[in-house]
Design a protein around this ligand. Sequence first.
Ligand code: GTP
Ligand code: MG
Length: 194
Amino acid sequence: MSSSSSVTSLATFYRIVFLGMSGVGKTSIVQWILNLSPPNEYIPTIGVNFYNLDTVAYDNQYYLQLCDVSGNEIYSNLISTFLKAASVTILVFDYQNKDSQLEIQRLYSTVSEYISPTKILIVGNNAKDEKKSATKTLASWTKTHNLVIFPVSVQENTGKSRLIQEIIRIISDSSTLKALFPSIDRNSKSRSNK
Ligand SMILES: Nc1nc2c(ncn2[C@@H]2O[C@H](COP(=O)(O)OP(=O)(O)OP(=O)(O)O)[C@@H](O)[C@H]2O)c(=O)[nH]1
Ligand SMILES: [Mg+2]
């Protein structure tokens, strides 16, 4: 998916924001997507780190800025700053950590204030036996909100291509809409200026 002989449209820049409790594996997932070797030990992210990914999918070139935000609460005020320019927000939990499953439910309501729920992806890391590991609360919450969980495991190297495909699908949908209805953005801007 990431290589192609012909690129038929101009590249556009998209910001993908990763959020979730400390230690759920956000940095590991970002580095795994970039095919970088993961660190041998847990190094908590300080503030936020940005990584660039230049990829070609379905004959379009995409510049993705992966925005890896620390899960430490002391940085929670930073979140809104990055969400404003986000094309996709990825909420990460760890299947083996119940608190992290509650945290994405809390984050979802915060994030929905900044970005359309259709651009929020729920990713469960450390997936082994997903059906057994997701709590009943998480299962009923996803059902109520009509959400799909994308299971991945950095350790077992599973779920990566499905996740990248879904990110591209979301941003492709938004670029198609913008190309078809360029006035949508202008109208919403003029409404918010009133
Ligand atoms: N067993 C297992 N461990 C994992 C997996 N993915 C990541 N880890 C480990 O989990 C620990 C935390 O990973 P990070 O990616 O640093 O977590 P983070 O979400 O970025 O944490 P903060 O930066 O503090 O917000 C590291 O020791 C990783 O090696 C996985 O799929 N399975
Ligand atoms: Mg990190």
